[in-house]
Design a protein around this ligand. Structure first.
Ligand code: FES
Ligand code: FES
Length: 150
């Protein structure tokens, strides 16, 4: 049975029809058409599906769409033209790019919540995301580049 719910995504209201068991990840991709959020393990391990849920990083494969009602959801499409997106390009912080949107979401959240992280903080924070191409050093450099600009 489908239920109609309203989600606030990237500051826009979206009406979607979901089954109670539909995840936020699949709802974003298949109902809303925001395919920047990537399915990886779908088990909470890889971080490819990371979005911001009330400004906090959250793995959208572990959230039901119905649980996201009355919360602010930000996806990678909502972070266009941000400093961290540009820094990823400048520092070549991706190879295949599959993990990249999840990493950018999590890096953005890190700098929002900890304006002055050191290298240890950055590595520790980003442990929740996996890059199969192992581009971790460049990702850390992208965060450091943004921090130096402030
Ligand atoms: S797809 Fe959600 S953590 Fe891997
Ligand atoms: S750039 Fe390929 S998985 Fe991270």
């Amino acid at each position: 049975m489908l239920t109609s719910i309203e989600l606030m995504i990237n500051n826009e209201k979206k009406q979607v029809h979901v089954r109670p068991a539909n995840t936020l990840l699949h709802t974003l991709r298949e109902e809303v058409g925001l395919t920047g959020t990537k399915p990886g393990c779908e088990n909470g391990d890889c971080g490819a599906c990371t979005v911001l849920f009330d400004q906090k990083p959250m793995k959208s494969c572990l959230v039901l769409a119905v649980e996201a009602e009355n919360h602010d959801i930000t996806t990678i499409e909502g972070l266009q033209h941000t400093d961290i997106q540009k820094a990823f390009m400048d520092e070549f912080a991706f190879q295949c790019g599959y993990c990249t949107s999840g990493f950018i979401m999590n890096c953005y959240a890190l700098m929002e919540q900890h304006p002055n992280p050191d290298e240890y903080d950055i590595k520790n924070w980003l442990q929740s995301n996996i890059c199969r191409c192992t581009g971790y050093e460049e990702i850390k450099n992208a965060v450091m580049k943004v921090l130096k600009q402030d």
